[in-house]
Design a protein around this ligand. Sequence first.
Ligand SMILES: NC(=O)CC[C@H](N)C(=O)O
Length: 202
Amino acid sequence: MRVALTIGVLALQGDFREHLATLDACGVRTRAVKSAAQLSQCDALVLPGGESTTIDKLARAFDLRDPIVSAIAGGMPVYGSCAGMILLADEVADGTADQQTFGGIDMTVRRNAFGRQVDSFEEDLTIAGVAGPPLRAVFIRAPAVERVGSGVEVLATTSAEQSPDRIVAVRSGNLLATSFHPEVTGDHRIHELFIRIATKEQ
Ligand SMILES: NC(=O)CC[C@H](N)C(=O)O
């Protein structure tokens, strides 16, 4: 896939390098985003996994919060994985007292919904919009979606015995979010889905 599109990855904290490498492999132009000027050169943005409270604090400290909120309101396609999913939620359950999100998706996301770091797990998921065999999903101290608004499409739910029927992938217009980390598995299908969303092919 090769598209004339520049996708930024918010590079304040977390596994932004893995997202940059995956997007590079998908053939799009990429840019690490640490400033509003860099954001303004992007057609779309990825919010990586990491620690949502830290990314929130750094975004405020680097004067990136308001530009990102405006970009989302202006229709910029944004994909968030794990901490990035939390940052796209209009509402967070179990957040810290001063935690803010960028918002954009009418949903409530519970942080650490599957337990602690030691409860991290993997599961093969069938995901709407992703063709081919089930996708190996890696959940690392992952969030889950507890409520979605009427405009939000549920793309995948868990079936693992220890925690079934949890919503772990959603789409709302140009916004895509997953509880899991496709950037660490070498499977590019979620990033390809995001590129199709960003290029209006899907
Ligand atoms: N792997 C992750 O991105 C974990 C997210 C983390 N639990 C948070 O609340 O931000």
